[in-house]
Ligand binder design. Structure first.
Ligand code: NAD
Ligand code: DAU
Length: 339
């Protein structure tokens, strides 16, 4: 199989490229990525000289470059996106450009070149928050942030391309993913790396928001199942079955690092902060998928990875990252001084 992976230099994409190369001896992968602040070729250093792998830098919204790559591929898996909710609140424009216009460009090129299959990696955030029970694939979309609204927009276009043009597209809606190579703006790597430096852990609101944690390799195996066995025009939820409050996650990280709870700093809540995410994965289980990683062990492995790979994250926490960090947290830290 010749696979085009878009956004393969990010967190889940790079884990997916490594996972697929390790599992399929005959696969050929082209990784097409713009290398935004979140894209990082260090994530794939160990496989960059693999003859079955090739990297091409570019934007998914650039039809002239992505079109010929789609034409040569048997299938496309898109990870490329702007992905951080807080950044989408500061500046939604880039999210609409990549997560809507970029997806439109992929769909148009795939239609023109009669792509074999297109898997769009989306998110459980498109459903919005749920107090009790779990969302199923047919439930109404109710996104809360510019990020999740943009992802929902890309999804709706994809479903319209399936209905109108018969484009063989599948959509996955994954839950909060964690593991090695995650950019240290997301809560788990942010809290691990801050704790290692004895910096405060900015916990939003009352810390009781719930996320369902999915280990990155379980997310990869789910996408693999959808790529091989997903039915065109269908949506598949992916959840880890590990619902935890943010305060539980924070305590677990501090305990694993033997750091004091006094590092926790409650800060101003995120606007429109979804209280709880939960998805029903029965449809994906019927394709033969099940998550394999127990949560506490997965978190321990992740903490260990960040402890042992400081060369990877220390250089990321500079320049643009520090500007963003200040913009995002300075006011929150200020308003909660002494709490
Ligand atoms: P990430 O932010 O780590 O990586 C995104 C990658 O996309 C980067 O390599 C970046 O350079 C690339 N990119 C961004 N804009 C691009 C463009 N216009 N053209 C080409 N490349 C571009 O993201 P992630 O956490 O690995 O998420 C991957 C996908 O999975 C996203 O679509 C996201 O919405 C989805 N998702 C993420 C999670 C999670 O918890 N991280 C959960 C569910 C779904
Ligand atoms: O659910 C899937 C989604 O999970 C993906 O689609 C997104 O790309 C991914 O970023 C993630 O979104 P979240 O907003 O849930 O992840 P984040 O790591 O930003 O936040 C997780 C929880 O932790 C959330 O309730 C907010 C809280 N949080 C986050 C940060 C960054 C804090 O309390 N403090 C923080 O500094």
């Amino acid at each position: 199989m010749r696979l085009l992976v878009t956004g393969g230099a990010g967190f889940i994409g790079s884990n997916f490229v490594r996972y697929m190369l390790g599992k399929y001896p005959d696969i050929e992968i082209v990784n097409y990525d713009k290398l935004t602040y979140a894209g990082n070729l260090d994530n794939l250093r160990d496989i960059e000289s693999n003859p079955q792998y090739r990297f091409v830098q570019g934007d998914i919204a650039d039809a002239a470059v992505i079109g010929p790559l789609i034409a040569k591929a048997d299938a496309v898996v898109n990870f490329a996106a702007e992905t951080h909710v807080d950044r989408s609140i500061h500046d939604p424009g880039g999210f609409i450009q990549t997560d809507v216009v970029g997806i439109y460009t992929i769909l148009e090129s795939a239609r023109e070149h009669k792509a074999g299959k297109v898997v769009l990696v989306s998110t459980d955030e498109v459903y919005g928050s749920i107090e009790d029970g779990s969302f199923r694939e047919q439930d109404r979309l109710d996104p809360s942030s510019p990020y999740s609204a943009s992802k929902a927009g890309g999804e709706l276009l994809a479903l319209a391309y399936y209905k109108t043009f018969g484009l063989p597209v599948c959509i996955t809606r994954g839950s909060n993913t964690y593991g090695p190579y995650q950019y240290p703006e997301k809560v788990i790597p942010l809290f691990i790396t801050n704790a290692l430096d004895n910096l405060p852990l900015p916990l939003y609101g009352d810390g009781l928001n719930v996320r369902d944690w999915l280990f990155v390799l379980d997310h990869c195996s789910a996408i693999e199942a959808v790529l091989h066995r997903g039915n065109p025009g269908e949506i598949y939820n992916i959840g880890g079955g590990n619902e935890r409050t943010n305060i539980e996650i924070t305590h677990a990280i501090l305990d694993m690092l033997e750091k004091p709870r006094s590092l926790i700093r409650p800060v101003q809540d995120r606007p429109a902060h979804d209280r709880r995410y939960s998805v029903d994965c029965e449809k994906l289980v019927k394709l033969g998928w099940a998550p394999a990683q127990p949560f506490e062990e997965g978190l321990r492995l992740t903490v260990k990875w960040y402890v042992e790979n400081q060369w990877w994250w220390r250089k990321l926490k500079s320049g643009e990252y520090l500007d963003y960090y200040k913009k995002q947290y300075a006011r929150g830290f200020e308003s909660t001084k002494g709490r």
